[in-house]
Design a protein around this ligand. Structure first.
Ligand code: MLT
Length: 315
C-alpha cells in the first residue's frame, strides 16, 4: 500500500480535474501527451500509473517498458487499446470509467443521426460555399421509422430511450440482453443481426470492439439496410469502412454517420472521407465538458484505489 509520491504518466489528454485530485493526494503527474511512441517507452520507465484514452496502445512492449506499473487507467469506456491479459499477467490492474461518458456519447449519436438524416453538414457546407441548396436536399424523418440498436448496453439504452420518444419503433440485437429488459425498453429483441439490419431504417452501433465484432458490419450486412442509415459512435474496427463507403456511394444506403475509425487519427485516403453522404466527426462523442471532467475524476479515483490496495471497481 502506497499513499503518496507515485508517478502518474498521462499519455493522452484528459481534463485537469482528475489530475488535480491525484496531485492533491501527493502524486507526481508527468504529461506525456506530446510524446511519440519512442519517447513514451522511456517516460514510462518509472511510472506507477498510466492514464490513456483511445490514442495510446497499451501492449506488451509498453507494459514491459514500465516495470513499476501498478495500474493503467483508461479514461473512457472502450479498453480495446489495452492488452488486458498482458497487463494482468504482469500484475497490472486495468481500470476504466464506464459510466461517465454514456450520456455524452448517446447525445452525440443522436446528433449524428439527425445530421445524417437531414443532411445538415451537406447543407451547411454548400451554403458556406455560397450555394443555396434548398432544392437539392431531401432528408428523412424519424417519426414512424424503425431504429435498430446493435448492442443495447448503457449507451444503446440511452439512445433507444431518447429516439423512442420520437415515436420510432425499436428493434435490438444484443445476445447478452434478456427479453424482459428489451421489453421494458419497448424494443423488439431479434435473434440475429441480419434481422436487425433488415427491419431498421436507422441502425446505431453500440458494441465494444472484440474478436467477435471486428469488421462484423460488412458488405453483406449493409445490403440489408437498404435505403437506411448507419451510425457508428462505437469503434471503427467493427465496420468494414470500404464496404460502408461503397454502400453509401452506390445508393444502397441513404447515408451514414461515423465518429470512430479503423485507424485514428484518420488517414486522408480513408474512403469514408470521400463519400459525400457519409458525415464524419473526429472521435468526439465522449468529448463534452462534463463527460471529460467526470471521466477524469472517475479514473483518478480508480488509480487512487489501486495505489491504496483497495478494490478497483471497473474494467
Ligand atoms: C470511450 O471508449 O469511452 C471513448 O473512446 C472515449 C474517448 O474518446 O477517449
Amino acid at each position: 500500500e502506497v499513499t503518496s509520491d507515485m508517478n502518474v504518466v498521462v499519455a493522452d489528454a484528459v481534463d485537469d480535474a482528475g489530475l488535480a485530485r491525484l496531485r492533491q493526494a501527493g502524486h507526481d503527474i508527468e504529461l506525456a501527451t506530446d510524446a511519440d511512441r519512442e519517447e513514451l517507452l522511456e517516460i514510462v520507465a518509472d511510472a506507477h500509473a498510466l492514464i490513456v484514452r483511445s490514442g495510446t496502445t497499451v501492449d506488451e512492449e509498453l507494459l514491459d517498458a514500465a516495470p513499476e506499473l501498478v495500474v493503467v487507467g483508461r479514461a473512457g469506456i472502450g479498453i480495446d487499446n489495452v492488452d488486458v491479459e498482458a497487463a494482468t499477467d504482469r500484475g497490472v490492474v486495468v481500470a476504466n470509467a464506464p459510466e461517465s461518458n454514456v450520456r455524452a456519447t448517446a447525445e452525440h449519436t443522436i446528433a449524428l443521426a439527425f445530421a445524417a438524416g437531414r443532411k445538415i453538414p451537406q447543407g451547411h457546407m454548400q451554403l458556406k460555399d455560397g450555394y443555396w441548396a434548398k432544392g437539392d436536399i431531401l432528408g428523412s424523418e424519424f417519426n414512424g421509422k424503425t431504429l435498430g440498436v446493435v448492442g443495447l448496453g448503457r449507451i444503446g439504452q440511452e439512445v433507444a430511450k431518447r429516439l423512442g420518444n420520437l415515436e420510432m419503433d425499436l428493434v435490438a440485437y444484443d445476445p447478452y440482453l434478456s427479453e424482459e429488459r428489451a421489453r421494458q425498453l419497448g424494443a423488439e429483441l431479434v435473434d440475429d443481426i441480419e434481422t436487425c439490419f433488415e427491419k431498421a431504417d436507422f441502425v446505431t452501433l453500440h458494441t465494444p470492439k472484440t474478436a467477435e465484432t471486428e469488421h462484423f458490419v460488412d458488405e453483406e450486412l449493409l445490403s440489408k439496410l437498404e435505403d437506411g442509415y448507419l451510425i457508428n459512435c462505437a469503434r471503427g474496427g467493427i465496420v468494414d469502412e470500404s464496404a460502408l463507403a461503397e454502400a453509401v456511394e452506390d445508393g444502397t444506403l441513404y447515408g451514414a454517420a461515423v465518429d470512430v475509425f479503423d485507424s485514428e487519427p484518420v488517414e486522408p485516403d480513408n474512403p469514408l472521407l470521400a463519400a459525400e453522404n457519409v458525415i464524419v466527426t473526429p472521435h468526439i462523442a465522449a468529448s463534452s465538458e462534463s463527460a471529460k471532467q467526470n471521466v477524469s475524476i472517475s479514473i483518478a479515483d480508480q488509480i487512487l484505489a489501486a495505489f491504496e490496495g483497495d478494490i478497483v471497481t471497473n474494467a
